[in-house]
Design a protein around this ligand. Structure first.
Ligand code: ZN
Length: 1010
């Protein structure tokens, strides 16, 4: 019985409006719009709805006496309260927006019941009541007409879509006979006994078709997606977790059919600390096998933006926690809601003992439909994990939608058993009593597909058993790109930058602490590092790092970032000081110890504050061999070019007075590049690559392109897909001047203005560097404007290469198929590259992620996304100051020959310079070095059990590699481990060195004992 036309309404809150005694005679009747919705304005405004319902004698002829009556509501409201007969019965919110509320357990015709609903509109969107209806269920013992209707519909759809021709011939007549048995005339004559008899007869005739439908199974698993912070803050999340977990435990008491799966180690750790009794009760249910621990990560993170080591730590700390507190080795990966999934995830999962992966977000794609529901997802190294696309989260238990999904799934996979994840989510909730009642109702049906409960692991193990050789299910050998939330690579630039900085800081703090402990027996700060890591891992959550949360979430996140950054820098500085104190700095001049945290020797610029007594002096930096290089003073800083700083190690330079002035460079020109700036616009007019004799640009480079970017419901998440059709005016050039011109580097400053915003860019060219650095200081004041730095390159290529965690990926620049067109904005870590047969150009960055590349008639347009200005859910997202750097690196050959992986790492990991007193020392020049730059050392840390040292390496160019590992202290044993640091095999050690073999993009972890 629809109620939508009968609501009396009032905008604004009133006391007692739910009371039967309240006088609503002055209230108007709400008018539904064309779609049948009752709407009211946004901005957390209250709408009261009241309706007196009289229980009719019959529902279209079906006697109502004794039936169970439910109120069915669906709303779009931030808060909802439902009252029946003046009594509060149920609350809900945006995420818990579908409600089935009991009105009476045994209806009495003629009874009048007041239904009152108080709804509060979302702050950012108008509210709506989109469904309001009364439904009845037959009393126990009678054939339920609603269930029979569901059964008839399901049998019909199975016959049409799944049945073989033979089955169709066999069972179609049974369905027809069942339909024919229904005595509709008895209903119109209100002959209840006769109609009931016809229902029973119809069901009897339908039952034989169960041979078709009950050869199928729907396996149920309860769950509640809980966002760690989103449109609410972390303290509220803790309440949500407690409420949801208590509710699940309570329902388990009464409902043996409920099994419940839940991810996210952090959630359990909060309970362990703050609600120990609840934690123990959960542990009991885990032991019973009814509470399933899944995911194995610290949180469900964003899976485009964190780097490889971050992802490893998500699993390491997550799995370690579950193992230590519950004795469980998690094997099911669980990331249903992240905004796309890096290609490297299969390898990281597989090498962490996770064989299975559950996801679903790609069902949100705006362009193409992802083709598989089950597949082997293959990583760039060849690792494969069995992946299941579940139904969308937040689902109810509903007969027809579940059967539809099961049918579609069987058509796609050939498998007759669907796993259905149900339970209210995002803001917690989980399974409800009504859902479990519905499950019982379906389980009681002799015709509906079989209802079972399952755990995710049990379900996956059955799938794996069905395809032991990985031949039956299709293989997907690429990333899982989400064709939707493309703005999340760019929104809230500050979060992205803090994440990138922490990734660098933590890697360095660990490496230098390890070196200091190994060489100097200082205490390794394992506990401090773990605290910092967990702050970082938390902030990588899939609504924090992507920039899609409310301002209060970022206030807390920023506090955590600041603490983590300060603590990480303290550890790094402490270790560097301890190491520097033992360097041999004896020599003439002021000693400066320069440290390199990368495992290969490098030549790179060094910057250090000018010591007071040397300010204004003309200096050179001299190394131990007596070779000197010029030092350039700029303001309070000194710059020089440090050549040959060993892999994870140090080199001492001495600053001494120069005999003669060193010649300054001229303009923006060195042995590699000649750069020209357009004096009218500040764009780059030319970047001539002297090594290849080629002009790099075929149009104005480093052009700032501004676009209108609005009209998307998911404002922070989505870039307007038509943004290119809405270009805005070019910025105006405010000033262009050379601010440094010395023997080490030249700096040209370009200041431009767009509306209320200012872009100050320093174009920096070192005498010895093959790339042009662009250092930005931006005051950003625009709303709903998207800005990119555009580089039209004179290189024509059908694909661009992008760095992803521990690997690279090629993506098409052609936009010639729907799927390629849909990838009009893509994520990358430190760089993107375009090359033709002769040469190419890499675009490196220190904190940006959004890119696009498109082949044009004459070349390829490569662009870096700089800033956006969404207003929901954070009205001030990205307003204010930003500092970031990017660099253009033209090169002969492709990105492999150009060693772009290393260049990107170096660009993000500057050398550290520590001035010292003169002292003797025995510090080895290299603490740890690899002889093959193709292999990157991502981490050098103490093993989690404290007994030995751990190195994480990866092959970075997609080609097999051999590397020899040399350490400053002779090595006793080297053992290959998985990512959880569990031993796999011992490696041969010769002369204190170990040889490593890595496959393409292989991640290798080794445990070293001295
Ligand atoms: Zn989520």
């Amino acid at each position: 019985m629809p109620l939508i036309a009968g609501w009396k309404s009032h905008q604004g809150d009133l006391p007692d409006a739910a009371s039967p005694a309240f006088d609503d005679s002055a209230w108007p009747v709400a008018k539904p719009d064309a779609k049948g919705n009752i709407g009211w304005p946004k901005g957390r405004r209250v709408l009261w709805l009241r309706q007196w319902v009289t229980i009719p004698r019959d529902w279209q002829g079906y006697a109502s006496a004794g039936t169970r009556v439910h109120l069915n509501l669906i709303w779009w409201a931030e808060k909802a309260e439902i009252y029946v007969g003046g009594r509060f019965v149920q609350a809900g919110d945006l995420y818990d927006a579908v409600q089935r509320v009991p009105v009476t357990a045994a209806a009495r015709p003629g009874e009048r019941v007041l239904i009152a609903v108080k709804l509060t509109s979302p702050g950012h969107d108008s509210g709506a009541l989109s469904q309001s209806r009364l439904d009845i269920d037959a009393p126990a013992g009678r054939t339920d007409p609603g269930l029979l209707a569901d059964e008839l519909e399901v049998v019909d759809s199975y016959l049409k879509e799944i049945a073989t021709p033979t089955e169709r011939r066999q069972w179609r007549p049974a369905l027809d006979r069942a339909l024919a048995a229904l005595d509709w005339r008895a209903l119109s004559r209100r002959d209840q006994a006769r109609f009931e008899a016809s229902l029973t007869r119809s069901r009897e005739r339908l039952v034989p078709t169960a041979q078709l439908t009950r050869a199928r199974t729907i396996a149920l698993l309860g769950h509640s997606h809980i966002d760690m912070a989103w449109l609410w803050t972390v303290p509220e999340t803790k309440e949500v977790i407690e409420r949801t977990f208590r509710s699940a435990l309570g329902l388990m008491e009464d409902h043996p059919r409920l099994d419940f799966a839940q991810s996210t180690a952090q959630s359990y750790q909060w309970l362990e600390r703050e609600r120990p009794q609840l934690f123990d009760a959960i542990r009991q249910r885990v032991n019973d096998g009814r509470w399933e621990l899944v995911g194995g990560m610290w949180v469900e993170p964003d899976l485009n933006l964190p780097d490889g080591e971050s992802l490893v730590r998500q699993v390491l700390y997550g799995k370690q926690y579950f193992q230590s507190r519950f004795g469980r080795d998690i094997r099911v990966g669980w990331n249903p809601d992240s905004f796309g999934y890096t290609w490297q995830l299969p390898q990281i999962y597989k090498k962490s003992g996770i064989d299975y992966f559950l996801t679903t977000k790609l069902d949100w794609n705006d362009t193409t439909k992802f083709p598989h529901r089950i597949f082997w997802w293959q990583g760039p190294d060849g690792s494969k994990i069995l992946t299941y696309f579940s139904n969308l989260l937040g689902a109810q238990i509903e007969a027809v939608p579940m059967a539809e999904k099961a049918r579609a799934y069987e058509k796609n996979t050939g498998l007759p058993k669907l796993m259905w994840i149900y339970g209210v989510g995002d803001h917690g909730g989980g399974p409800t009593r009504d859902m479990l009642d519905q499950a019982e109702r379906l389980a009681s049906s002799p015709v509906y597909p079989k209802i079972e409960k399952t755990t995710a692991l049990a379900y996956f193990e059955q799938l794996a058993a069905a395809d032991p050789k990985a031949r039956r299910f299709p293989t997907w050998n690429s990333e899982l790109y989400l064709e939707f939330h493309r703005g999340t690579f760019t929104t809230h630039a500050g979060q992205k930058q803090k994440n990138r900085r922490m990734e660098v800081t933590l890697a360095e703090a660990e490496k230098f602490s390890a070196a200091s402990t190994v060489l100097q027996s200082t205490a390794y700060p394992a506990a401090e590092l773990e605290v910092i890591w967990k702050k970082v891992l938390f902030n990588q959550f899939h609504d924090i790092l992507p920039g899609s949360a409310i301002p209060a979430v970022y206030e807390q996140a920023d506090r955590e970032w600041r603490e983590a950054q300060a603590a990480g820098e303290d550890l790094r500085t402490g270790a560097l000081r301890a190491l520097a104190a033992q360097a041999d700095t004896q020599g003439a001049g002021l000693p400066v110890v320069v440290f390199n945290s990368l495992a290969t020797p490098r030549d790179a610029p060094v910057a250090l504050p000018a010591p007071g007594n040397l300010r204004g002096a003309r200096l050179v930096a001299v190394d131990r061999t007596g070779k000197d290089v010029p030092v350039q003073a700029a303001g309070d800083w000194l710059h020089f070019w440090a050549a040959g700083v060993p892999g994870i190690g140090h080199k001492v330079f001495w600053l001494r007075p120069a005999d003669a002035p060193a010649p300054a460079t001229t303009g923006l020109e060195n042995a590699y590049l000649r750069v020209e700036v357009d004096p009218r616009t500040g764009d780059l007019a030319s970047i001539f690559d002297k090594r290849t004799g080629r002009e790099t640009l075929n149009g104005p480079g480093n052009r700032l392109q501004f676009f209108k970017d609005e009209g998307q419901y998911w404002d922070a998440w989505n870039i307007d897909p038509d943004y290119e059709k809405h270009p805005l005016e070019a910025p105006t050039l405010v000033s262009l001047q050379t601010v440094e011109q010395g023997p080490v580097r030249a700096v040209v400053r370009v200041v431009r203005r767009f509306r209320q915003s200012t872009f100050e860019q320093d174009l920096i060219l070192y005498r010895d560097a093959p790339h042009l650095e662009i250092a930005n200081r931006v005051d950003w004041q625009e709303r709903h404007v998207f800005v990119k730095a555009a580089f039209p390159l004179a290189v024509r290529s059908e694909q661009a290469t992008y760095e992803i965690p521990f690997a690279t990926i090629e993506r098409s620049t052609l936009r010639d198929t729907p799927a390629r067109k849909a990838q009009w904005e893509v994520p990358a870590l430190r760089w993107a590259d375009v090359a033709d047969a002769r040469s190419g150009v890499s675009l490196m960055n220190d904190s940006k992620y959004g890119h696009d590349a498109r082949r044009t008639d004459t070349g390829t347009l490569l662009r870096l996304s700089l800033l956006r200005g969404p207003e929901w859910p954070d009205p001030k997202a990205d307003l204010g100051e930003h500092s970031f750097r990017y660099a253009l690196y033209p090169h002969p050959g492709d990105w492999r020959e150009a060693a772009t992986v290393r260049a990107g790492l170096e660009f993000n990991t500057p050398l550290h310079a520590l001035p010292q007193t003169i002292h003797p020392g025995t510090l080895p020049e290299s603490f740890l070095q690899l002889d093959n730059p193709q292999v990157v050392v991502a981490a050098w840390k103490q093993v989690e059990d404290g007994k030995g040292w751990l190195l994480r390496l990866y092959e970075s160019q997609g080609q097999p590699a051999a590397a020899r590992l040399r350490l400053a202290i002779p090595v006793r044993s080297v053992v290959k481990t998985d990512l959880l640091e569990r031993p796999i095999a011992a490696l041969a050690v010769q002369d204190g060195q170990a040889s490593l073999q890595l496959g393409p993009y292989e991640i290798q972890t080794v445990r070293v004992q001295f």
